[in-house]
Write a protein that binds this ligand. Structure first.
Ligand SMILES: NC(=O)c1ccc[n+]([C@@H]2O[C@H](COP(=O)([O-])OP(=O)(O)OC[C@H]3O[C@@H](n4cnc5c(N)ncnc54)[C@H](O)[C@@H]3O)[C@@H](O)[C@H]2O)c1
Length: 250
């Protein structure tokens, strides 16, 4: 039985994780953390992770980048505790901190916890490899009107994966409005649409001289990410220090 600490338990993803955990027999939420401190059914909620006194195996974090230092401090104070970091919107400096912390703490980090999206990433890498530099790459992502960060963490994961195939020589362009000039060859354009209750759409468009190939993924429910996070947490129980991600789980 994996004992979970759910950080961001009062949020939308926190609610989805709770729903899923109730249906499972291999894990249970023993404590929650949320700045808002709203009480939840079945476990105590704290406003800071340092206050948690229940023994736990794995932290699942769906909160905010500002929670990162306290999660890593908790890991230092509780050797053996692992964390599944699902929050998006970390700065490059915070991402570097995650890599450093993984030398002494078991950390699982993925900006997208869906199996389908991780397959989309693999397919996009293959398309970039096969189609070569003659094809222009543009990524379009669409999310609900409550999302704070743009472009989405997943759009950046897709861009990074394609960029890796092109020896990290690509330049990311987020805004074509600010400059009046033609598209350059080595660009990846990233475009964000926000509206209504869209759960998460990603399209990777490869445009050549005579043809266009579009790879796409459509998330139809947030539960999808909750389920992936729980699977990751169960996988992480008892793991040694290191940085783990979806390919390790697959
Ligand atoms: N990796 C993935 O697959 C994936 C999927 C969906 C959402 N997300 C990310 O998960 C995060 C949460 O998403 P959401 O839709 O549930 O947002 P939300 O705004 O509904 O919930 C966030 C919760 O975290 C709490 N919170 C904020 N700062 C905190 C802190 N420092 N410490 C503790 N609690 C804090 C808030 O009070 C809120 O209850 C976002 O970064 C989102 O982009 C990731």
């Amino acid at each position: 039985m994996t004992r979970l600490l759910l950080c961001g338990c009062g949020g939308k993803m926190g609610a989805a994780v709770q729903n899923f955990v109730r249906q499972r027999e291999d894990c249970q939420i023993v404590a929650g953390v949320d700045l808002a401190g709203m009480p939840q059914e079945g476990f105590p909620v704290y406003t800071g992770i340092a206050e948690v006194c229940e023994p736990i195996d794995v932290i699942i974090d769906f909160s905010h980048p500002s929670a990162l230092p306290s999660i890593l401090d908790y890991g230092k104070a509780h050797p053996g505790a692992a964390a599944v970091l699902c929050t998006t919107g970390y700065t490059p400096e915070q991402t570097a901190v995650i890599h450093e912390a993984a030398k002494t703490m078991p950390l699982f980090y993925s900006r997208n916890m869906s199996l389908g999206v991780n397959l989309l990433i693999e397919l996009s890498k293959k398309a970039a490899r096969v189609l070569g530099t003659d094809f222009d790459v543009e990524i379009l992502e669409m999310h609900h009107n409550q999302k704070i960060d743009a472009p989405s963490g997943t759009a950046l994961m897709l861009a990074d994966a394609i960029n890796e195939e092109r020896e990290n020589a690509m330049k990311y362009v987020y805004d074509r409005h600010s400059q009046r000039k033609k598209r350059e060859k080595g660009e990846i354009g990233l475009h964000s649409v926000r509206g209504g209750t869209i759960v998460g759409e990603h399209q990777v468009i490869f445009s050549g001289q005579q043809e266009v190939i579009t790879l796409s993924h459509s998330a139809q429910s947030k539960e999808l990410f909750a389920s992936g996070a729980i699977n990751a947490a169960v996988f992480m129980q008892g793991k040694g220090p290191g940085l783990y991600s979806m390919p390790d789980l697959l």
